[in-house]
Design a protein around this ligand. Structure first.
Ligand SMILES: [Ca+2]
Ligand SMILES: [Ca+2]
Length: 470
């Protein structure tokens, strides 16, 4: 009796601790056209405060989920019961904001957040703003914005007047020409310009650790190399994916700024076969891997920077069966950790042979070292050397980091993250539910028609109503 009780309690605890991994995909099978499912999956926070604790929408669902069946439900029973439960709560208004759960799901607002409600766009009266063509794309507004965003200059009165005198077709052609002119400006591509601004959160520069130009007190690596590759990948007719897959480096010349391919740089040490763009740059390895045996930080940084998924916010969780294995004895199998580490640890294994900072032998820093764990980290844990190099990204097996980067670069997540960066920079915020259709159109064309050319995507972006409607 007592044994049964303990066993039951243990099962209950482990079941409670995990957000159900299939939940997001079952949700998207039930509502394939929901904005939360277009090219992505809803985060755990759609139903949870933080797993296992449910928010108002999740709590309503739970009471409809195979009522009376013993808990915890198996993944199979859960998957079977969830669509029925979702249907059962469609008519209710979990967050009390006056909009039913179903309408919120369809309109892309959050059914558990009363501050997230669909905005009616039909109430826009023409003629209320004589200055601009409100409710519709306004080419003069867009023109002013393009000069400011890409050149860092307001148009002069004479320029505005000349623009206004053009035909609608000529205005569009002028906008495109100005975009091309301004994306060659120092304001856009130069040191600390707009492109560098986009790269800051990906590179996370630390002045005191900077080597080379603008050297800091403890020079460890030159992250201007990372800015150069980032900028190069975003410019001209270059493929943006190469920021995470490039086998080459990029050299920067100044006055004026120019970026060009270099097959080697004195500051970069990973051999060509093991390079994956900025993920394996000297700075990334030294700063994000640093002294760790299993570089979870490097993996989650790359996942967040290039694929837009933040594991700390419960985003992009694809739990792998029988993970985490805890090869480095960090205690990550504890229930509170396991939900994230079932994704994060297999995401990190492909980094196992990338050496970060080695204080004893600096000449081994920031390199790919076969048997790195066996050579330098065998004292970390008895199982550490069993850490495989193969891992998983998006639930898909990858043999090594180069494959990891390729799968990542070809994913919808990469295209969405790239366009989201520019959306935030140029429109001022992440895409809102009202902007969803234009946003999806823009990233899908970026991935398809434009083959990951940022320059071409920007011509689409400045034509959206989100950008050009005042
Ligand atoms: Ca609601
Ligand atoms: Ca809501």
């Amino acid at each position: 009796m007592l044994r049964r009780f303990i066993l039951g309690a243990a099962l209950f605890l482990s079941g409670e601790a995990l957000a159900k991994p299939p939940a997001a995909s079952v949700f998207c099978t039930t509502y394939p056209s929901a904005p939360a499912c277009t090219g992505q999956q809803p985060a755990c926070t759609y139903c949870h405060v933080a797993p296992p604790q449910r928010n108002a929408f999740g709590a309503g669902l739970e009471s409809q989920l195979a009522p009376g069946a013993p808990r915890p439900l198996s993944d199979a029973d859960f998957t079977y019961a969830l669509p029925t439960a979702l249907r059962a709560v469609e008519g209710t208004d979990a967050d009390g904001d006056g909009v039913s759960n179903l309408v919120e799901i369809q309109r892309g607002t959050l059914p558990a957040d009363a501050n997230s409600v669909p905005v009616e766009t039909g109430g826009c009266a023409a003629g209320t703003n004589p200055q601009y063509d409100v409710c519709r794309y306004d080419a003069r507004f867009a023109y002013r914005r393009v000069l400011l965003d890409f050149c860092g200059q307001s148009p002069t009165y004479a320029q505005l007047k000349a623009f206004a005198a053009l035909s609608a077709n000529d205005q569009r052609a002028r906008l495109d020409a100005e975009l091309d002119r301004c994306t060659a400006s120092e304001f856009w591509l130069g040191k600390n310009g707009q492109l560098w601004k986009l790269a800051h959160p990906k590179i996370r520069p630390v002045g005191s650790l900077k080597a080379g130009e603008d050297k800091g007190a403890i020079p460890l690596a030159d992250y201007y190399d990372d800015y150069a590759l980032f900028a190069y990948s975003q410019l001209d007719d270059h493929d943006a994916r190469e920021v995470m897959t490039a086998k080459y480096f990029v050299r920067r010349e100044t006055n004026p700024t120019r970026y060009s391919i270099a097959t080697s740089l004195p500051t970069q040490f990973v051999d060509e076969a093991h390079r994956a763009g900025n993920i394996t740059s000297s700075w990334s390895l030294i700063y994000f891997v640093m002294f760790t045996a299993l570089p979870r930080n490097a993996a989650s940084q790359a996942y967040r920077s290039y694929l837009g998924l933040d594991i700390a916010k419960q985003e992009g969780l694809y739990s792998i069966a029988n993970e985490p294995r805890d090869y480095d004895a960090k205690g990550v199998t504890a229930p509170a950790c396991a939900a994230c580490h079932a994704t994060l640890d297999p995401l990190s294994y492909p980094f196992r042979n990338y050496q970060g900072l080695s204080l004893t032998a600096r000449s081994t820093s920031a390199r790919y070292i076969p048997n790195r764990l066996e050579t330098y980290f065998s004292d970390v844990a008895t199982t550490i050397t069993q850490t495989p190099e193969a891992g998983y990204l998006f639930g898909q097996p990858v043999a090594n980091l180069v494959e990891w980067a390729q799968v990542g670069a070809n994913s919808d997540a990469f295209a969405i993250a790239t366009v989201t960066d520019y959306w935030k920079l140029l429109i001022g915020h992440a895409p809102t539910p009202e902007e969803h259709a234009e946003f999806v159109y823009t990233w899908q064309r970026f991935k398809g028609t434009h083959q990951y050319r940022v320059q071409r995507m920007l011509h689409d972006l400045i034509r959206t109503e989100a950008y050009g409607a005042p």
